[in-house]
Design a protein around this ligand. Structure first.
Ligand code: SPV
Ligand code: MG
Length: 361
């Protein structure tokens, strides 16, 4: 460095330290400076170890300024694979945006499901491949940005054939998502909960999508869940298990056995015969009488509460909107709604103010 550059940097560093110290004094906490992911950004912009990220779970200030995670941030944060391997049983909460993600994290969930049903509904369209991949990525990405727990992104049938699936994996990985789920539904997909007969992809064609997905991933930790609609399409336990075995051999990291109320006995038999050869997820929306603990006991490693958050929000909004449109009296609904302070908390305003002052949170 030439002398003038060096002087300028030293002066900037002194200014920054003074600002930190003042802020810290004000907040009554030690000054440590903003965090920067050395791994993601090479050398720190300020040549002082005080300013380096020491806690891998803290957001990087450059990611914060860019308003998107840098490519490697999630290599240092908890990936879906890490979380699943640490917790024996995982219950995932369905969300469609950052607000839902934050509320679910605050409620104690350790992983999230970015639901295609919810994201579609949030756009006011059916869960029938109306939205494009980028709209689903945006929803999952915004959710992931808001939390420290991993998001498993529901990617329907993978937005095309095997080549499209490869592109999908690259795109989600680039957006900081550590796990995706693809299903053997045909394009355009039909939501499993609809009473509608359907054909699904051949076992071999879907296995090819999994092979493509696994070939496309860049980081070892990226996680590909293969979901089968076998029961929904009227297949037997043997047929489902044959698919499951082929998907396992194709490289899937986990499976999802989709089922409705009429399939519960078949599902239990399949889980028991599968015998945890790979982790399996289930979605009990249509058989709510089966509790998560019972399903875990029956052999499901993951239970996904796919859409209860959105349904709770819809019911709450219906009630408040109807009341307001009738009476126009805000006092009538005050007890039914969250205080504005809760909204500020969901927006993490205090944390952003601290970051703006260079104080890590
Ligand atoms: C979703 O939440 O989008 C799902 C689960 O895929 S289900 O709606 O049950 O198909
Ligand atoms: Mg879906």
């Amino acid at each position: 460095l030439d002398a003038s550059t060096h002087d300028r940097r030293a002066a900037a560093l002194r200014r920054r330290r003074r600002r930190h110290d003042r802020a810290s004094e004000f907040l009554g906490r030690a000054s440590t400076g903003p965090r920067i992911h050395r791994v993601a950004h090479g050398e720190p912009i300020v040549p002082d170890d005080r300013f380096l990220a020491s806690d891998k779970h803290h957001p990087c200030i450059i990611c914060t300024l860019n308003r998107r995670p840098c490519k490697k941030v999630h290599d240092t944060m908890a990936s879906f694979r890490d979380t699943l391997s640490k917790l024996k049983h995982l219950t995932l909460m369905g969300i469609n945006n950052a607000l839902g993600a934050r509320l679910a994290e605050q409620s104690g969930f350790h992983a999230l499901w970015s639901s295609s049903l919810e994201v579609s509904a949030a756009h006011g369209v059916p869960d029938a491949s109306f939205l494009g991949m980028n709209q689903f990525i945006e929803a999952a990405h915004q959710a992931q940005m808001a939390v420290d727990i991993p998001v498993l992104a529901d990617c329907d049938s993978g937005y095309g054939d095997s080549m499209n699936v490869a592109y999908m994996v690259r795109s989600y990985e680039e957006a900081g998502i550590t796990a995706v789920c693809v299903e053997d539904n045909l394009f355009p997909k039909v939501n499993s909960l609809l009473d509608q007969s359907r054909k699904i992809l051949s076992t071999e064609d879907f296995a090819q999508k999994i092979i493509a997905a696994k070939a496309a991933q860049r980081s070892d930790s990226f996680f590909v869940m293969a979901r089968t609609e076998s029961f929904i399409a009227g297949e037997s336990v043997n047929e489902l298990l044959a698919r499951a075995e082929t998907y396992r051999q194709a490289g899937a990291d986990a499976l999802l056995f989709q089922a409705k109320a009429a399939h519960v006995e078949k599902l239990k038999e399949a889980l028991s015969r599968w015998d945890r050869k790979l982790p399996v997820a289930v979605v009990p929306t249509a058989y709510p009488h089966c509790w998560a603990q019972q399903l875990h006991k029956a052999g499901a490693d993951m239970v996904i509460f796919a859409n209860q958050g959105m349904r709770a929000a819809v019911r709450a909004m219906q009630d408040v909107f109807v009341k307001l449109s009738k009476d126009g009296n805000l006092l009538d609904v005050e007890e039914m709604i969250a205080p504005v302070s809760d909204i500020f908390e969901c927006q993490d305003l205090t944390a952003w103010r601290h970051l703006a002052d260079g104080i890590p949170v």
